[in-house]
Design a binder for this molecule. Structure first.
Ligand SMILES: Nc1nc2c(ncn2[C@@H]2O[C@H](COP(=O)(O)OP(=O)(O)O)[C@@H](O)[C@H]2O)c(=O)[nH]1
Ligand SMILES: [Mg+2]
Length: 200
């Protein structure tokens, strides 16, 4: 799949199904893991999604329209240490509301930093995706920050924690666009074969 066009649609405090309700791909992960950067890299745009060196900035659900065909949903990040209880609750309500109300979600990209073991929050996100039966794909971000040789070693604890196989994880770099083709293929598959039944 090629990304021929990408446009910002809207920012929402609480998810309301857009009209028209196109297929959706959601991007979830910790604050600062590289969600906005991945969206920009995927769309080959410098500042379509706002990136920030300061974690915890994106506290809204941002919607982007790609190829006029599907929505990319930039979900608010979690795990930002400085937020208070009220803010955490607000985050949980937004996320819960999103997954409850979206009827067209095809795939959630769960981003984790390739350099670190998943946090308690990452594990909770993983459990949530499994519990709700959402198809998800683990994307290990900032792959340019380690050597290629170190990838497998770094992936091992990530795979163990998130209960996926190394070959199911896409290593991604928004700096070098490494992993971009592989991710586009996965998106195309998710968008064109949404109801593929599980193997018997
Ligand atoms: N080296 C490197 N830095 C990255 C990559 N992705 C994101 N970053 C940096 O990490 C910080 C947070 O990125 P951002 O996309 O705003 O994270 P978000 O909070 O998950 O949306 C920014 O300073 C980015 O420049 C990557 O693939 N490689
Ligand atoms: Mg962001």
């Amino acid at each position: 799949m090629e990304i021929k066009s990408a446009a910002f649609v809207t920012s929402m405090n609480a998810y309301a199904a857009p009209n028209p309700a196109l297929p959706e791909i959601a991007v979830a992960g910790k604050s600062n893991v590289g969600k906005s950067s991945l969206i920009n890299s995927l769309c080959r745009r410098k500042a379509l999604a706002k990136t920030s060196a300061t974690p915890g900035k994106t506290r809204l659900i941002n919607l982007f329209l790609l190829n006029g065909e599907f929505h990319l949903v930039d979900l608010p990040g979690y795990g930002f240490a400085k937020v208070d209880k009220k803010e955490k609750l607000r985050w949980a309500e937004m996320m819960e509301g999103y997954f409850r109300q979206t009827a067209t979600l095809r795939l959630t990209l769960h981003l984790v930093d390739i350099r670190h073991e998943p946090t308690q929050d990452d594990l909770q996100m993983n459990e949530f995706l499994r519990a709700t039966g959402q198809p998800f794909l683990v994307v290990a971000t900032k792959a340019d920050k380690i050597s290629r040789g170190a990838r497998m070693k770094n992936l091992a604890p990530i795979c163990r924690a998130l209960q996926v196989q190394p070959w199911q994880v896409i290593c991604y770099s928004s700096e070098t666009n490494d992993g971009r083709e592989q991710l586009l293929e996965a998106l195309e598959k998710a968008l064109t074969e949404p109801d593929e039944p599980d193997a018997p």
